[in-house]
Ligand binder design. Structure first.
Ligand code: NAP
Length: 261
């Protein structure tokens, strides 16, 4: 895919870590100018610097432009300010990958309204904010690509995670509805529900004993016999935002090693 996104501006939320970081690096390799957005501003800037270092030595396809911007996707004013900075530095937004996410693990009866709301606000309302603030650029251009990172847990369910699973199921429904509405404007909207991808979020859950087994034990029970890599999600994302994927919208593209078919 090297070079297929040349000149296009891509925003990746949660780009400072894990899946978002991998998507940011991949889209830069594909030629996009990439804005890395994250709650952890330092991590966002580090990934932007990594992109700049990698692309400045690339012989073809790479973009020399990347920025790292701090954002709280749960906060509308923060999203508006961050995307204004992206437009200022890189230009109108053509591609949006929503990977920022927050997890939680609580017995259903222990979920306070505050805990419930904080997860719904980052995962679902955050996706809403970013799409609504970025979409006008895509509508204006008559071309756009949105990829929302949901979760395979929205298909399988997951005990002690009703708040998280509900938020990710919401992202799937949101994606389907938005795809129908933005399709006539030349914009595709799809969702990737990852399953068991080796990131800081996954290792944190393993450390807390939330899986009832180690990552390696789960990997041994996964049909392709390994844990997912962030690059597996980035590869699917790279395809979904490409020109060639223009007839694919409103879809749930599972990348989970066969755990959920
Ligand atoms: P990760 O390594 O923890 O990355 C998530 C990033 O999002 C972190 O840098 C985090 O910053 C950032 N973030 C959190 N809240 C934010 C906010 N309010 N505004 C902006 N950025 C925020 O986790 P990951 O595994 O790559 O997860 C990426 C996405 O995939 C998430 O939406 C997650 O739910 C989903 N997912 C992952 C898996 C998996 O197996 N890894 C499976 C299913 C779904 P801080 O570190 O500062 O909080």
């Amino acid at each position: 895919m090297a070079g297929t996104l040349i000149g296009k501006v891509a925003v990746v939320t949660g780009g400072g870590s894990g899946i978002g970081r991998s998507c940011a690096l991949r889209l830069a390799r594909d030629g996009a100018k990439v804005a890395v957005l994250d709650l952890n501003e330092g991590a966002a800037k580090d990934v932007a610097a990594e992109i700049a270092a990698a692309t400045s030595t690339a012989t073809e396809g790479g973009s020399a432009h990347s920025v790292g911007v701090g954002v709280d996707v749960a906060d509308r004013a923060s999203v508006e300010a961050a995307l204004a900075e992206v437009r200022d530095q890189l230009g109108p937004i053509a591609i949006l990958v929503n990977s920022a996410g927050k997890t939680g693990y609580h017995r259903f009866l222990d979920i306070s309204l505050e805990k419930w709301t904080s997860i719904l606000t980052v995962n679902l309302t955050g996706t809403f904010h970013c799409c609504q603030v970025a979409a006008p650029d895509m509508i204006e251009a008559g071309w756009g690509r949105i990829v929302n990172i949901s979760s395979s847990s929205a298909h399988s369910g997951q005990p002690y995670m009703t708040h998280y699973v509900a938020s990710k199921a919401g992202v799937i429904g949101f994606t389907k509805a938005l795809a129908l509405e933005l399709g006539p404007a030349g914009i595709t909207v799809n969702t990737i529900p990852p399953g068991f991808v080796d990131t800081p979020m996954l290792r944190h859950s393993e450390e807390k004993g939330r899986f009832g087994a180690t990552v390696d034990e789960h990997a041994a029970r996964t049909p392709v016999r390994r844990v997912g890599r962030p690059e597996d999600i980035a590869a699917a994302c790279s395809f979904l935002v490409s020109e060639e994927a223009g007839y694919i919208t409103g879809q749930i593209i599972g990348v989970n090693g066969g755990r959920n078919t």
